[in-house]
Design a protein around this ligand. Sequence first.
Ligand code: MLT
Length: 404
Amino acid sequence: MATVNENYLKLPGNYLFSTIGKKVREYEAAHPESRIIRLGIGDVTQPIAPSVIEALHRAVDEMGQAETFRGYAPDLGYEFLRETIAEQDYRSRGCDISADEIFVSDGAKSDCSNIQEIFGADNAIAVCDPVYPVYVDSNVMAGRTGTYSSETGTWSDVIYMPCTAENDFVAELPKEAPDLIYLCYPNNPTGASITKERLQAWVDYAIANGAILLYDAAYEAYISDPALPHSIYECKGARGCAIEFRSFSKNAGFTGLRLGFTVIPKELKAGGQALHPLWARRHGTKYNGAPYIIQRAGEAVYSEQGRQEVRQQVAAYMKNASYLRTELLAAGYEVYGGENAPYIWLKTPKGMKSWDFFDYLLEQANVVGTPGAGFGPSGEHYFRLTAFGTYENSVEAIRRIKAL
Ligand code: MLT
């Protein structure tokens, strides 16, 4: 008799953004007259940049000609894209990363959730709290997290590293001994950033303790402070202890096109075993590569014109972030983030619980955000707003929030 993977049955509720989507759809169905402003999920609103669209068109035309048609993509991704990434994202910043250490994929979410497959089932994971739910949920599915307490909202076998206003939302080095440590900077959901010194301390800790850092740098394009690191490989020794995930979703609006990549240095080992060949084996077996046309679109993001265009998009979102942050502060809210990240992390007013504030904002202002508690217990009494909306909607959302 077939049975199911019982770990799936342990997952409490649905994926956070599916739950929010359902709640909003139900509200909309009951109040068809409402004009809802969505600042919940971090989905972009600006169209794909013109130079990227041109590259897409060219690639589509190539697919229609026998001479230029492409079938399966190479396992790790097309050389033209991996070379460009290695040069522009890494070597130009002094990071020693080569094209054959880059694995092109359909996005950082898939890679962040799949990477745990190449590690032992008994590896202890450590996550920031609050945290992007994908890191925890994917480990629940793999049976690595123990039992769930609905009282505390935590898993018995997960090491939670509280990120609070007191530590600037940057986790302290854990006293326990995790094997895998998930870090995300600029941070989703708190909008916090990490200094090079603090990131170096993580690298030193991982080397000293034989841990692997799983570094999600999906929001690096939003860093405006020149002193902040864009990649973990800017830290000394990171090649020996870190995997990095990157995305085209937020820096170039590819949430619908889907493209990302993962970097695994050749010398990176766990328990004496190199990780690069394991991920290559997994990639080759379970994945047939991002589509050619999308990889060409990704390459165009790095062209001179492409870089200029996506920089303007990022600047427009950061204008929203700055507006949301300034206006909320002026309205008396306690506000974090929004300076080197597209997320605003605010304390709910009058000690309201985050899901209560979600309902209140949806019903009274028709504004959707993300309840902090959905990201972990330390997110309770916090609320996330994204800067990925339009400027007009950001202004209107603030007008409505101020009028409450
Ligand atoms: C978020 O809102 O946290 C992100 O958009 C989710 C994602 O990138 O998968």
